[in-house]
Design a protein around this ligand. Structure first.
Ligand SMILES: Cc1cc2nc3c(=O)[nH]c(=O)nc-3n(C[C@H](O)[C@H](O)[C@H](O)COP(=O)(O)O)c2cc1C
Length: 147
């Protein structure tokens, strides 16, 4: 199994993770410093940078940045160019690929697709082999805290 970490503020991402049935570490606002200790993928919603302090603390803890191999971004397409901005900023800043993008707690198809991606990675597939989302438009800059 490939390890998974996720962050959720209003519960949508958590709902998605539960639907996949995949085992995952939830980044906790009360104590974000958790050592993943192995390669993992991150599932993250998108908010303005100032709302992502716990995620920043988690990534900056021990080797968590080094072990991050892929990102799954959640958001809301009504945000247009800022759709999945957190995932996109993290991807650019940490040079880690976005493996999948989706909205809210995901559709049945999203659940199926993400399970397939995770299954592939668990079997030793490289993140380079995962078909990337085409939806990468938008003027995305660096997230300063992650540099
Ligand atoms: C205050 C606020 C700001 C948000 N900003 C963005 C955004 O910039 N881009 C985006 O794609 N979605 C944005 N969203 C939508 C959330 O990322 C989306 O609803 C997500 O599923 C929430 O996940 P969570 O419930 O796990 O926190 C925002 C939502 C709120 C309430």
């Amino acid at each position: 199994m490939v390890a998974i970490a996720f962050y959720s503020i209003t519960g949508q991402t958590k709902k998605f993770v539960v639907k996949t049935g995949l085992e995952a570490h939830e980044i906790d606002d009360a104590w974000p410093q958790y050592d993943m200790g192995e390669d993992y993928i991150l599932i993250t919603p998108s908010y303005q940078d100032f709302m992502m302090d716990s995620l920043v603390d988690f990534l900056n803890y021990k080797d968590n940045k080094k072990h991050l191999v892929g990102i799954i971004g959640c958001g809301n397409r009504n945000f247009n160019d800022l759709f999945a901005q957190t995932a996109k900023k993290l991807s650019v800043t940490l040079k880690v690929p976005i493996l999948y993008l989706m909205e809210f707690s995901g559709t049945d198809k999203d659940v199926k697709n993400v399970r397939k991606i995770v299954r592939g990675l668990a079997k030793g597939q490289s993140t380079k082999e995962v078909q990337k989302p085409k939806e990468m438009r938008g003027n995305i800059s660096f997230l300063s805290d992650y540099r």
